[in-house]
Design a protein around this ligand. Structure first.
Ligand code: PAF
Length: 283
């Protein structure tokens, strides 16, 4: 496994691989790798000649400086896990290799067709501009045939599909199911920031979401929404930021279960000061 730290080195390698007609699979990450990432890497390895993993904590997608500062950075540990997972190349560039000073301060503009005005986009203004900005750059550098994203970031996956189509990238987007700890807690790099007690408390999120599935049809989406928020807020240490029950394609709130055949509940909860996201498919 080789670690490339500059765009130039990576691009040289990619053009060699393209000349040899190798298929390239790509898993973009911000590091602090867990079994959720490793499941993407396993799939990527199985479906491509070459597996490239990027590790870059992208500053332009953080609208909160404190959140960016405390994001876990564990490159050496990540590299060991990737070696074991038979990853071929890591791309771990520096900020200055990726962004000019102007790009760091100007908001990247993109037509999201409304996908960014709800949920994460509403609560983290500019977040998805930063995500599209970095993922489009990474696609340009890596030129993958297939790119792998986890469904925990449900809205991100919808936006990446949209971006790929609008920007005409010849990349197949593969979305992969959420990987959960035995307790049900969705795996996330942010779980590293939870204390042992908080980790136990955070299990309440997936428990309540799971239970809420039993009400589909019997209660309206709005009543299920209220029930979920009440149950989670009643757990000491948890505070719901938002919960939305949405059409899985358009991300717009649904009022009736019959509106579409694809309905997902997306939630963000603070566990102490750690912001956790999760989702559940209702239909
Ligand atoms: O999901 C993530 O870890 C990030 O948003 C991504 C896709 C690597 C872009 O920085």
């Amino acid at each position: 496994m080789i670690i490339y730290k500059t765009v130039t080195e990576l691009q040289q390698k990619i053009s060699d691989l393209k000349a040899q007609n190798k298929s390239i699979g790509f898993v973009p990450t911000m590091g602090a790798l867990h079994d959720g990432h490793l499941s993407l890497i396993k799939k990527c390895k199985a479906e491509n000649d070459i597996c490239v993993v990027s590790i870059f904590v992208n500053p332009t997608q953080f609208n909160n400086k404190e959140d960016l500062a405390k994001y876990p950075r564990t490159l050496n540990r990540d590299a060991k896990k990737l070696e074991t997972a038979n990853c071929d190349f890591i791309f771990a560039p520096s900020e200055s290799d990726i962004y000019s000073n102007q790009e760091m301060t100007d908001t990247f503009s993109f037509d999201f067709n409304g996908l960014d005005t709800v949920m994460e986009g509403k609560h983290r203004p500019g977040h998805f501009n930063g995500v599209v900005q970095i993922v489009s750059k990474l696609f340009d550098y890596v030129q993958p045939n297939n790119a792998y994203f986890g469904e925990k970031d449900f809205q991100q996956v919808a936006i990446i599909h949209h971006m790929t189509k609008i920007m005409n990238y010849p990349v197949n987007i593969v979305s992969c199911p959420i990987i959960r700890e035995e307790s049900g807690l969705a795996m996330s790099s942010r779980n590293e920031l939870l204390s042992t007690d908080e980790r136990k408390i955070a299990v309440g999120i997936s428990k309540v979401l799971n239970e809420s599935r039993t009400f589909v049809g019997a209660k309206s989406p709005m009543d299920v929404n209220n029930w979920v928020c009440e149950q989670i807020n009643a757990i000491s240490g948890l505070k719901v930021e938002y919960f939305e029950i949405v059409n899985g394609y358009t991300l717009q709130t649904v009022e009736k279960w019959e509106e579409t055949e694809y309905i997902v509940g997306c939630i963000t909860v603070y566990c102490g000061s750690v912001r956790l996201i999760d989702n559940i498919q209702y239909k």
